[in-house]
Design a protein around this ligand. Structure first.
Ligand code: COI
Length: 357
């Protein structure tokens, strides 16, 4: 079909839907995928016609470069439905910019905005019944790019596949989250790929996270690889500390993901006259604040996790519990952010993006 006279999208609709078999009240994050997926191939130096087709396996050569050299990047976005059945995205321009920044770092060609928006909107229109109304319900959108060229020469491929798959979602974490401050393993190095949503950044965290899980923690807060003295990010989330009434979070760098939720919280803090400091966060300062009672909260932010309070943390064999406070910033900002995302409140920042019917 022709989208806006310029972008052609090939659409093949699924002949039946899985939707009736899905228990939308008890969703495990990222487990069930909708009926369709978007796919677009890069060949001969250009992105070809995007297509939307029934969700299903794809076929790749065993020698495809993604399997050998990890040339793969991804994004996380969400779509929300308001009370009038309108579908909204949240700051999709940030996701497109970021996937292209990640791609550049991994020597993958950029994906054009002229293809991204129409293809994503067509996909969401087809999947609109999968986006449930109600605070907390969303459709998690996973765009990704992989190197599909066959051959094990260690060099960038000349063929890629950009895809979008979607999964109905409620919360990412269930139950209380306790984190361990890392002392041994590192997530990212100076000049490395930590800022990119490169698939390997996530896979590399699984082993140390499993070790932390054996000790009763769900996640790791990564420290800088050089000294392990500064707290950086949680891997699936950026991380905020509240000391007395001030929020503190690490600055974006080539080691830290430029989180869309992170930067939205910083804007909301400014709008609500909550003081926020973007600076390096010494482990020592947080331990001292936990001991003297000035550490009021830690929370993680991310598209999948939204804003997730941290109940406690471990460091060098000691564990610390955080107090349960009435006027939690995590709660305040989660509520403010979600009301914008679900079109329940004004959007003074212009963050919401309406999916045109
Ligand atoms: C997201 O928040 O969308 C992410 O990409 C984190 C992911 C590993 C679930």
């Amino acid at each position: 079909m022709k989208y806006d006279a310029s972008v052609e999208i090939d659409i093949v609709k699924a002949t039946s839907s899985k939707i009736d078999s899905v228990d939308f009240e008890n969703l495990k994050f990222g487990h069930i995928f909708t009926d369709h997926m978007m796919s677009c191939d890069y060949e001969d130096g250009e992105w070809k016609t995007p297509s939307i087709k029934p969700y299903g396996p794809i076929s790749l050569e065993p020698s495809a470069k993604v399997f050998h050299y990890g040339q793969a990047v991804f994004e996380g976005m969400k779509a929300y439905k308001d009370e009038e059945d309108k579908i909204w995205l949240f700051r999709p321009d940030e996701n497109l910019k970021r996937i292209n920044r990640s791609s550049e770092r991994m020597a993958i060609p950029a994906f054009p905005a002229e293809y991204f928006y129409p293809a994503l909107e067509e996909l969401l229109k087809l999947e609109k019944n999968w986006i449930k109304k109600g605070f907390g319900n969303s459709l998690y959108i996973r765009p990704f790019v992989i190197a599909t060229e066959a051959g094990v020469l260690a060099s960038p491929g000349s063929r890629y596949k950009f895809m979008i798959i979607c999964s109905p979602a409620k919360s990412y974490y269930t139950g209380k989250v306790r984190v361990k401050f890392s002392e041994k393993y590192s997530r990212a190095a100076d000049g490395g790929v930590g800022f990119a949503k490169a698939a390997g950044n996530y896979g590399a965290q699984f082993f140390p996270t499993n070790l932390a899980k054996e000790e009763g923690f769900q996640q790791i807060i990564w420290t800088d690889a050089n000294s392990h003295e500064f707290l950086e990010e949680a891997g699936t989330m950026n991380i905020f500390f509240r000391i007395n009434d001030t929020l503190v979070t690490a600055p974006i760098s080539d080691r830290i993901l430029d989180g869309v939720t992170r930067k939205s919280i910083l804007s909301l803090a400014e709008e609500n006259n909550v003081s926020a400091e973007v600076r390096r966060v010494p482990v020592k300062e947080i331990i001292a604040a936990a001991k003297d009672g000035s550490l009021k909260e830690i929370f993680g932010t991310g598209t999948a996790a939204v804003i997730n309070p941290i109940q406690g943390f471990g460091h060098q064999g000691e564990t610390f519990e955080l107090p349960n406070i009435e006027d939690s910033y995590a709660k305040l900002f989660k509520d403010k952010l979600m009301k914008i995302q679900y079109n329940l409140e004004e959007d003074p920042f212009g963050w919401r993006y309406l999916v045109k019917e």
